[in-house]
Design a protein around this ligand. Sequence first.
Ligand code: SF4
Length: 462
Amino acid sequence: MTCHVVPKERAGVVNPIFTCQPAGAQFASIGVKDCIGIVHGGQGCVMFVRLLISQHLKESFEIASSSLHEDGAVFGALNRVEEAVDVLLSRYPHVKVVPIITTCSTEVIGDDVDGVITKLEEGLLAEKFAGREVHLLAMHQPSFVGSMISGYDLAVRDFVKKFAEKGEPSEKITLITGWVNPGDVKELKHLLKEMEIEANVLFEIESFDSPLLPSKDNVNHGNTTVEDLRNTANAKATFVLNRYEGGKAADFLKKKHKVPSVIGPTPIGIRNTDTFLKQLSDVTGKPIPKKLVHERGVALDAIADISHMFLAEKKVAIYGAPDLVIGLAEFCLDLEMRPKLLLLGDDNSKYVEDPRIKALQENVDHEMEIVTNADFWELEDRIKNKGLELDLILGHSKGRFISIDYGIPMVRVGFPTYDRAGLYRYPVVGYNGAAWLAEQMANTLFQDMENKKNKEWVLNVW
Ligand code: SF4
């Protein structure tokens, strides 16, 4: 076997690939309409996360903080939650959904958020806000376990658990996209529309690629409604595109409401998009239309122009969210590239059992390493001290200094990608995503050859 899965051996982290759990819950909460989350912790638990999301999407949106101070950290701070809910509901008359997202400090001091929600429902909501539709829900997000990925997964489950309600069976499916970009949501909706399939989309964040309008309303929000969340219990099936960013919600819907689930694959690349469409067709009985076959052909043609000539044998390192990394590695293999190193940034023990990782272990015919609980030092150390030679790096903006310092070209993909313009608009999923990704990789390699004055390329008339 030439593909090894190894955990990071050092204690501690040097330059983390992920941020902490509550970040995932915050990203999920901005996808729900009429929802503002309250993060129960210090202001930094919101400020830095909100900044990161804003830098990535280049948009403005609302997340609140209970703004815990020293006294709260010692004596408990449930009074801050009570005050925060009151202020939030008073200032924002449209808000219906308020997730209360805990953090490391409030989990350590043991604030009883579930208890305070019951108190608020019986007191504040029943009296001051009587007659108004308001839903409070607790999201326990201790940041000393997991990562932003598990935080997102837990938050999706918590939303579904709170609202899913059995009613009349529906022909709709539920699509849990995972932590993707507005461009991905647009592309996924396009695929569903072409197949004439209706869906509850969790979470509908296409609107975060928003226009500037004469009304000057520049605060964004997602468009998944309470109704969409309720209907997840009645859907024909739950489709989860990213196993680690929605799998828990699908398990809940299956166990509690008997909704069948289809987990993955992440539709990155031609092969995985084919599988996704086939699964949609099998579940709904809807055929794959000619228009999508045509789109597939256009993507294949674009790939054929570059793969064998320019991408084949190129050695790649990929880091970031596990489903994205695995999907990109599968796509790179289809393009005849050589993924040499995959870095998964948390210690989820399930990664080693992932069927896609097992398939890589069985099928890859070159030396490849998959590191779990990885940080950026794992990448840098291999380049600097262990002779790892790379032609390309795929990952988010946080790893750009390794690319800059070692002169290795890089394609930005994942979250966050704040040092390149507009990447949130482009999908990496679907046939359009496959063509775009392959061309991005090729163009990045072309630019690098120019920068390094590669004569063969400079004189090329391809
Ligand atoms: S690690 Fe803890 S204190 Fe730091 S941002 Fe995350 S939740 Fe807040």
